[in-house]
Ligand binder design. Sequence first.
Ligand code: B12
Length: 215
Amino acid sequence: MGEQEILAAAKKAIIDYDVDKAEEIANEGLASGVDPVALVEKGFVPGIVEVGDLFDAGEVYLPELILAADAMKAGTSICEAKFPKGAIQKKKKVIMGTVEGDIHDIGKSIVVAFLSANGFEVTDLGRDVVPKTFAEKAKELGADVVGASALLTTTMEMQRKVVEEMKEIGLAGKVKIIVGGAPTSEEWAKKIGADAYAENAIEAVAKIKQLTGLA
Ligand code: B12
């Protein structure tokens, strides 16, 4: 298979909710020299976005969404292990998590993988993380940046709480806060007092480099 066919097959594996196929395509793609970042961004991501659109349109339901997400995780985790290793000398620490009430973690995990690939020391707090935990972990680990992901309009508010907890613990201004996730925006970040917003994983790396004085 050529690169375009592999990317198309990766997308199809997600739309078909096929975990085995997603793994097979990831392995085959990597073996034939397809860039792991492209395989995720141009193959698997368009697949989950399409399933999301079908869900939105009422054409598929939650069980299918869960199956698609499983296939997505299977494929992307194989690619993430092969992301190029970055060459940043001075390690900067980033704490990342999905906010309380929200279990969407595919995008957050991609951001984590991109950051690690770029030489950042990342602590992934996982999903459904209470605001206080972001702040406490930031203090405990001496983080340079805290990142909070929210995929639901109802959980975006928790990002504001993360900012408030950071103020409470005396870290706001010292430790930078970045937010992301589909319903969020630059405007939202400003509104809640976060330091930055990024639309995707590549932009997240660029913004975090800026925040930590690496760019
Ligand atoms: C997969 C998925 C699920 C999976 C999640 C599995 C998992 N482990 O993550 C499951 C099936 C569990 C799920 C459940 C639900 N989901 Co859902 N889900 C999706 C779906 C289809 C894709 C999300 C995704 O993974 N996208 C791909 C990744 C790569 O993109 P991303 O998350 O946006 O991340 C990128 C950027 O946003 C950014 N980024 C992300 N995080 C961060 C953090 C920082 C700091 C930065 C800088 C950047 C950044 O970088 C990432 C990589 O480029 C979306 C639809 C969509 N198109 O977004 C709906 C969607 C988010 N879900 C939705 C809903 C309604 C739900 C449920 C409430 C359904 C229900 N009735 O129960 C539950 C909620 C459960 C909960 N409490 O969280 C709605 C939300 C609507 C809204 N406006 O709030 C959406 C938009 C679908 C829709 N159109 O209706 N879902």
